[in-house]
Ligand binder design. Structure first.
Ligand SMILES: [Zn+2]
Ligand SMILES: [Zn+2]
Length: 284
């Protein structure tokens, strides 16, 4: 088994330097993309994510290693295996991310990443504290097929690294790359709270999955960033746990078990008192 460095840890100085560079460019151009409190909150969330990730990734590695014992095929570290794992990971990421927007249990973790009303490289680092404990279920099929656990975790890190640079307003369009790649333009749409931008562009690296599964939306009108109901807080604990607290409140108030379950597994923003307005998932 080859040793793989933790790519995210190695990239942290690069992340911070690029955030600083973009913030300086922003100050020179007077675009007001950055706000100190907002960026501080994003960096705090990112730090918490890395610390919790140490334990979470060890747990996930253990689960994948166990499942890998039952693998159907025995895939090694050949070049074609890296090509396959790239597509397999990106496909899994799409469904994980889409579910994170369509199922409240996962949204409770993912809402963190969407809670800033700014869109800059700092926002990329605004990461969940709870999601890493659950997201792995979307990758379970990969060790069972036969991909080595370390290869899967490395590919996940590469995907996360790729997704850092697309959190910027400073790159507008990228020509023909927009057809296949997830780009700043496509991901700006993903962070939009505009009605037509809700639950669109869930891609990791390739935008092809959104095009295939009907969730693609091009950037047209100006994006309004954040949630449809913003939390207006820079408190990292509030950012990390507010939706979990809301789920608990809703579950307690729901009169029947069916409704309680729907508050956990249903769409974010759904309320049993107004089933008629079901179509608007008001949380994003
Ligand atoms: Zn998202
Ligand atoms: Zn993002």
């Amino acid at each position: 088994m080859p040793q793989m460095p933790n790519l995210i840890h190695l990239a942290i100085p690069g992340f911070l330097l690029l955030v600083l560079a973009e913030a300086i460019a922003d100050a020179v151009m007077r675009r007001e993309l950055y706000q100190l409190k907002d960026t501080a909150a994003s960096l705090t969330m990112g730090t918490g994510n890395v610390i919790i990730g140490l334990a979470a990734k060890a747990m996930v590695f253990g689960i994948f290693t166990f499942l890998h014992k039952f693998a159907i095929f025995h895939i090694g570290y050949q070049w074609w295996a890296w090509l396959l794992v790239f597509f397999a990971d990106d496909f899994s990421y799409y469904w994980f991310h889409r579910t994170s927007h369509e199922c409240r249990l996962f949204w409770a973790s993912h809402v963190v990443h969407h809670s800033s009303q700014r869109y800059n490289l700092g926002t990329a680092l605004r990461q969940t504290w709870t999601g890493t404990l659950m997201s792995w279920v979307f990758w379970l099929w990969m060790p069972l097929v036969g991909f080595p656990p370390l290869m899967i975790l490395t590919m996940q890190s590469i995907s996360l690294l790729y997704q850092f640079w697309i959190h910027t307003e400073l790159v507008r369009r990228m020509g023909p790359l927009e057809t296949v790649m997830n780009t700043p333009s496509h991901h700006r749409v993903h962070h939009g709270s505009n009605q037509e931008y809700l639950d669109r562009n869930h891609a990791g690296i390739l935008i092809i999955w959104d095009r295939m599964f009907g969730t693609f939306e091009p950037e047209q009108e100006k994006v309004v960033y954040g949630l449809t109901k913003n939390i207006n807080s820079y408190n990292p604990f509030r950012i990390a746990f507010h939706e979990w607290i809301d789920i608990w409140r809703d579950v307690r108030q729901a009169p029947t078990w069916r409704l309680k379950l729907r508050y956990v597994f249903g769409r974010p923003g759904w309320k049993h008192q107004n089933e008629a307005t079901l179509s608007t998932s008001s949380a994003r």
